[in-house]
Design a protein around this ligand. Sequence first.
Ligand code: ATP
Ligand code: MG
Length: 257
Amino acid sequence: MAEVIAIANQKGGVGKTTTAINLASFLAQAGNKVMVVDLDPQGNTTSGFGIDKNALEGDMYNVLLDQLHPHEVALTTAYHKVVVVPASSVLAAAEIELVSSPQREHRLKERLADLAYDYIIIDCPPSLGLLTVNGLTAANWLIIPVQSEYYALEGLSQLLATVQRVRQALNPSLDILGVLLTMNNRTALSSQVHKEVKRHFPGTVFDTVIPRNVRLAEAPSYGRPIGHFDKWSKGARSYKNLAKEVTARAAHKKAAV
Ligand code: ATP
Ligand code: MG
């Protein structure tokens, strides 16, 4: 069975998409079969893999509302054969249309059942609406990226309350795999935020910290994961480490149950 990892934080611009793209590609580089689900109408994961989101035959909207199988709209990339289930602005309508449909929170979970992957990575939009709830209901793990800035912890209690609700009502197997510090500068503020986040989430923060690195910000405009854009950059090395840590932590946590 696939490890299904949702990447969520309703706060915008904290590094969810950058993490989805680069974690997926390094997991695939390590020999895993990987699918990425773009659950954000912004379609940034889709375009970050070099896929034209304006020329799609279908997207996550059709998977969630028209009963299409993910493989009917998925594209296989040249990046270690990562399979992307794409999104475009059309998906925004799903958030509204799903409200009145039966089993509305379980749509994604149903569509991902029985897919033969080692990892399925879900990039959630910056909200706690039905799309994110579908992501959390389909996942067995959650990664929460947190930007190394002063208001880092703001909104996290709301996210954790949503996680708790999803666990109780929809998906008891959801577990937090880790909190990921992103866009870290080597400044006093960054290290203060790091300490604060560790204090709030003891034992949960990944050892790997993602530095602020301009190459990570440039790679999406070339439609490439960082490992295929500048593999010696600090950003690439940190996401490669994260992929190792994610694999080890998932195995360790499962063994501990
Ligand atoms: P949204 O909430 O809009 O979906 P997000 O949480 O997915 O945003 P990203 O799109 O990954 O966040 O990152 C926001 C911006 O910051 C992007 O322009 C991205 O290229 C840049 N960025 C992300 N991580 C880093 C980093 N470690 N160093 C430098 N720039 C980064
Ligand atoms: Mg994003």
